[in-house]
Write a protein that binds this ligand. Structure first.
Ligand SMILES: Nc1nc2c(ncn2[C@@H]2O[C@H](COP(=O)(O)OP(=O)(O)OP(=O)(O)O)[C@@H](O)[C@H]2O)c(=O)[nH]1
Length: 389
């Protein structure tokens, strides 16, 4: 697949940057266009791989942003993006849309810029182009508190209704102990970039000298066509290890290879689905699913692909499972990436919604107390001040 990628806010921009890094490291060519949009000048300086002229500062003349971010206020984030929509549209105009299959917008939903400006950017993209627009959204951890949860719950509604598919990443599920928050983010961003690029870069090659099992970008788009929220699973095996697939492959006869590979390949997919998904979910609640094997094509037998597909069909309880390969002849790993599209049972989303409702109620209570205090101040008998007008 060929993508135009847009990062909105700090987390969104860092994610796009990691995607660029991973594709460069692995010789892929997924992100044909890249853009990062932010309200904070300092955050715009962070990416290592995004060209300078593809970084856009919005809201620098806005009273509440002034180039320093929107301080976690999603409404200000949306307002700033709406005010600067002409500027945003101008940079979109540079995108040669016929060169790409789809557009991916990444954002952290807990902050003000990603949660607020993200949906405004998506609205504009949907107006301008016919290509599908996918969302890649990071959900805040519970420990971050009520405000990020409220941003995320509100923004998630906007994202899911506006995008063609929303791929979710749950910071809570990926948090590990013994790391600073920044170290944790670095690792999470790499993990997510590995998954998203391995998935979407399949079928990127135009030449038709690819094998019969090769996954086509239209298969990926068809799987994402469900709308809703999606999750990604991933597992890989190192082909250099003595006990890895390659050494066994060298030792066995052809027939044996296929049956052995089939079991191994199915095992890899099982590991991808049963290990940490980008957002934990009930696998059987998926509407459609897709498996991509990325690695040397000699390692990926048709029999293996078929047995993995059949296994996932049962797990996901749907007949809509596609499977194919993304030949990477120079790769020393074999990776399986699994897309579970439109998963409806995602406990973390329920939790965020509950946390958001609590936060909203608290804000309302505080507002009521504040109003009462102001009213009592004004009607205070001892208050001898005259009103201005
Ligand atoms: N996985 C991951 N999550 C991040 C990272 N940075 C921030 N987050 C998450 O994303 C949310 C939004 O943070 P930012 O992206 O910094 O905020 P922003 O969208 O730029 O908005 P403002 O700072 O309010 O202008 C946070 O609440 C975290 O949950 C990151 O590098 N990786």
């Amino acid at each position: 697949m060929k993508l135009a990628t847009i990062g909105v806010g700090n987390a969104g921009s860092k994610l796009i940057d990691r995607m660029l890094e991973f594709e460069q490291e692995t010789g892929r060519d997924l992100c044909r266009h890249v853009l990062v949009i932010n309200t904070a000048r300092t955050d715009l300086a962070k990416p290592d791989h995004v060209p300078e002229d593809r970084r856009v500062l919005i809201g620098d003349t806005h009273q509440k942003a002034k180039g320093h971010g929107v301080g976690g206020d999603g409404e200000v984030g949306a307002e700033v993006a709406k005010n600067d929509i002409d500027e945003i549209r101008r940079v979109f105009d540079d995108v040669e849309i016929h060169e790409v299959d789809a557009i991916l917008v990444a954002a952290g939903l807990g902050g003000g810029t990603g949660s607020g400006a993200g949906p405004v950017v998506i609205d504009e993209l949907q107006k301008m182009y016919d290509e599908p627009v996918y969302g890649l959204g990071v959900l805040p951890g519970e420990y971050e508190g009520g405000r990020p949860a409220l941003n995320a719950a509100r923004s998630l509604q906007s994202f899911v209704t506006k995008v063609d598919n929303f791929i979710a990443f749950d910071n809570d599920a990926w948090r590990s102990r013994g790391q600073t928050v920044e170290e944790g983010y670095e690792e999470m961003n790499r993990e997510l970039a590995t998954r998203i690029v391995t998935l979407l870069a399949a079928g990127e090659v135009d030449d038709s000298d690819v094998g019969e099992n090769a996954m086509d970008s239209s298969d990926i788009m068809r799987t994402l066509d469900t709308g809703g929220v999606s999750s990604i699973g991933y597992a890989s095996t190192d082909l250099d290890k003595p006990e890895g697939l390659l050494s066994k492959y060298k030792k066995k006869e052809d027939d044996e290879i296929n049956s052995m590979d089939a079991a191994k390949i199915k095992g890899l997919v099982r590991r991808a689905v049963n290990s940490r998904l980008t957002i934990p979910c009930e696998v059987s609640s998926a509407d459609r699913a897709l498996i991509i094997f990325a690695g040397p094509s000699s390692m990926i037998s048709r029999k293996g692909i078929e047995s993995a597909r059949e296994w996932l069909e049962q797990e996901a309880d749907t007949v809509e499972v596609l499977a194919g390969d993304d030949p990477r002849e120079d790769s020393d790993t074999l990776a399986a990436v699994v897309l579970l599209s439109n998963v409806t049972e995602t406990p973390r989303i329920k939790e965020i919604q509950n946390q958001a409702v609590d936060a909203q109620n608290k804000i309302k209570e505080l507002d009521a107390v504040r109003e009462e205090e102001i009213a009592s101040l004004i009607t205070d008998d001892d208050n001898e001040l005259d009103p201005i007008v």
